[in-house]
Design a protein around this ligand. Structure first.
Ligand SMILES: *Cc1c(COP(=O)(O)O)cnc(C)c1O
Ligand SMILES: [Zn+2]
Length: 441
């Protein structure tokens, strides 16, 4: 647990934005100016945003946050972009719902759902994309692009429309119809690639070297990923400035999972949490663990694409790439960029990782719909089934405060649940109804 004293970030950069002091390599620690960069020249490690937390701590308070807009931009002091004029379609500040029905079914008395399926483009991706798009405008880009498993394409195209920019979104051609239409409606240049997400991502990495475009999850990645920290901040704020005992999070690249953890730790260090002493930051977010953060981080993937879970189960220090074959296409990243960092978060938090069998995904979608009235996509089916497993196995005790992150909307993956459509087909008469309906009056 690298809990280091002092605020160590004093790097001078050319154009200071918000409280960002630069970028830093997560592997070798080399520092860079806050530019559109994502890998270290020196060791090829991923770069991450570094903040001047000493100054942030002087301006941020629960009050300052509560006075902010009802979007992710209420946490502007902890986001790496100029919040004076963000590309904002009101991502974030989604409902946190006490899950009485689902909780009762699973024997959990203190369960909450973070319903991020109701974001403007219907997934949590609006959070990181709002930050990345704002940053792209700041850097002077005219085109925003991405390599997507589906939801990212929808969100990038929507934010580009809002910003009056061109978007070029790359998707695997076998995506669900709801994701393709959900992106195409905003008139991006939609590129359907005959290949897997990992191939799409490799192609986009090559293109990013050649085209002067802001690829949100490639050259903008350090800024982009920070947007997901708001999933941590919001849950804490909505719980009355407290952290849950457990969270359950679906993962593809693992970025969101690590950023929720980072968000919790930043809040603790800045003294924003009830009953938690403020503290200082370590050098490396992956080893930062404020002792006041006791949340156990449970990550889940679908069995058909579970490289991070496999690495965790094997106590491996590397994540071995797989070829995805899963119903949960939004989670189908075979070579997860934040895989090893996710392993560290699981370990530091005392959490777990679980691969949901493919045939339990639809069961999870239906369980959530029937007990809570929330229609989630396949990724949410994975999450709910993982929660069920954690409750059953005793990893989550009945009275422990648990938050399950529902990250995407069911209307985008309708083909997964076609089987539910089974109406009483009748003639438009009383008799027609009475013959078909055998329920109680
Ligand atoms: C992208 C996505 C995820 C996974 O996010 P990562 O940060 O890549 O782990 C989870 N749920 C949904 C609905 C997604 O679209
Ligand atoms: Zn490096």
């Amino acid at each position: 647990m690298g809990f280091c004293p002092g605020f160590l970030f004093t790097l001078e950069v050319t154009t200071p934005v918000a409280f960002v002091s630069g970028l830093k390599c997560r592997e070798c620690g080399r520092e860079y100016a806050a530019e559109p960069l994502n890998v270290c020249d020196f060791c090829f490690g991923p770069l991450e945003v570094v903040y001047d937390y000493a100054t942030i701590s002087e301006v941020i308070s629960r009050d300052s946050i509560e006075r902010g807009p009802l979007s992710i931009w209420r946490y502007k002091d902890l986001l790496p972009a100029d919040a004076d004029d963000p590309v904002d379609i009101m991502a974030g500040f989604t409902p946190l719902i006490k899950a009485k029905g689902l909780g009762k079914t699973l024997g959990l008395n203190n369960l909450y759902i973070k319903n991020d399926s109701v974001n403007p483009s219907f997934s949590f991706k609006d959070r990181p994309v709002s930050v990345a798009a704002t940053k792209a405008v700041e850097f002077g880009y005219k085109t925003i692009a991405c390599a997507s498993t589906g939801n990212l394409a929808c969100s990038v195209a929507a934010h580009a429309a809002r910003a009056g920019m061109r978007s070029v979104v790359f998707i695997p051609s076998d995506l669900e119809r709801g994701k393709i239409i959900g992106a195409a409606i905003y008139s991006p240049v939609l590129v359907a690639v005959d290949g897997s997400y990992d191939q799409v991502n490799r192609l986009c990495s090559e293109l990013a070297d050649d085209y002067p475009w802001a690829f949100v999850n490639i050259n903008m990645r350090p800024y982009y990923a920070e947007g997901s920290k708001t999933l941590g901040y919001e849950v804490a704020e909505q719980l009355g400035w407290r952290l849950p005992d457990h969270v359950v999070v679906p993962s593809a690249s693992g970025a969101m999972f690590t950023k929720i953890w980072k968000g919790f730790n930043e809040m603790a260090c800045l003294g924003l949490l009830e009953g938690v002493e403020s503290g200082s930051f370590g050098v490396d977010q992956n080893t930062v663990h404020h002792p006041g953060v006791t949340t156990k981080m449970h990550m889940t993937q679908a069995e058909g694409c579970s490289p991070i879970v496999t690495a965790w189960e094997n106590s491996a220090s590397q994540v071995i790439a797989v070829k995805p074959d899963s119903l949960a296409k939004s989670l189908a990243i075979g070579n997860p960029a934040d895989g090893i960092y996710s392993l560290k978060v699981i370990e530091n938090s005392g959490g777990s990782a679980y691969a949901v069998p493919e045939d339990k995904i639809v069961e999870g979608i239906k369980l959530l719909a029937e007990t809570e009235g929330i229609f989630t996509e396949t990724a949410g089916g994975v999450t709910v089934s993982a929660l069920k497993h954690l409750a059953k196995s005793g990893a989550i005790k009945p009275d422990e405060l648990t938050v399950v992150y529902i990250t995407g909307n069911g209307l985008k993956t309708q083909e997964a649940v076609e089987e539910v459509v089974n109406p009483l087909s009748i003639k438009p008469t009383m008799r027609g109804f009475e013959e078909a309906f055998d329920g109680e009056k």
